[in-house]
Design a protein around this ligand. Structure first.
Ligand code: AMP
Length: 224
């Protein structure tokens, strides 16, 4: 089984890269955030338990999160492997995953970190502006309006929501990065960590991630 963990802060480009890796590796992309949103939508017992935490922007407790993930990994399409996105978010989750895989005589093949410095993340995440009249979205500098500060579609002024202001983003990131850093240290200590510079272009980051996985496959084949 090829179990790959994708690590990166919000804004690091994890979603984009997950799609590339899933297509290239031919293994399912399992995002615990998606699993939780589906559980909430279907009003399952897990969904009912998770909902309040999600609404508050907090992590769902480890116990229910680990059960949800293990149940998903037990399905037939994950028999060959999986690309995990959004899990593990805590060291307790990381250790539970290690124990689950060890029970099958296996381990995490690679924990791939898309590394972007905190201040770059703030810049990326705080680039979102919307127009006052209808909320048409823009991103500076990635998707600017033709005339600075004015909506292309209806001519109204662009404003920034409080949630998207740099100081709000900095505060939210600080707690997320503390959790992420603990998980990174876990995988550094197990030897599974591979780091790719997330400030490169999308194509370069993909190439770096795929190269890291191929190096592991080659190493495993060499040992076999
Ligand atoms: P995401 O789509 O990854 O941002 O996840 C959305 C929400 O689901 C998060 O804000 C958490 O409330 C919950 N969630 C997703 N993955 C985890 C996890 N591994 N541990 C705890 N909570 C999670």
């Amino acid at each position: 089984m090829t179990l790959v963990v994708l690590l990166g802060a919000p804004g690091a480009g994890k979603g984009t890269q997950a799609a590339v890796l899933r297509d290239r590796l031919g293994i399912p992309h399992i995002a615990t955030g998606d699993l939780f949103r589906a559980a909430v939508r279907d009003a399952t017992p897990v969904g009912l338990e998770a909902r309040a935490y999600m609404d508050a922007g907090r992590l769902v407790p480890d116990g229910v999160t680990i059960r949800l993930l293990e149940e998903r990994l037990g399905r037939p399409d994950a028999a060959r492997g999986a690309l995990l996105d959004g899990f593990p978010r805590t060291v307790v989750q990381a250790k539970a995953l290690d124990a689950f895989l060890a029970g099958r005589g296996d381990r995490v093949a690679a924990a791939l970190l898309i590394d972007v410095p905190a201040e770059d993340l703030v810049e990326r995440l705080s680039g979102r502006w919307i127009c006052r009249a209808a909320g048409h979205p823009y991103h500076l500098p990635m998707n600017p309006p033709r005339v600075p500060g004015v909506c292309d579609i209806d001519g109204s002024a662009l404003i920034q929501r409080d949630d998207d202001k740099p100081e709000t983003i900095r505060a939210r990131l600080a707690s997320q990065l503390a959790d992420l850093n603990a998980v990174i240290e876990h995988y550094r200590s197990t030897g599974a960590l591979r780091t790719v510079d997330g400030r490169q272009s999308i194509g370069e980051v993909s190439a770096g991630l795929l190269g890291a996985i191929e190096a592991i496959d080659a190493g495993a084949a060499g040992r076999a």
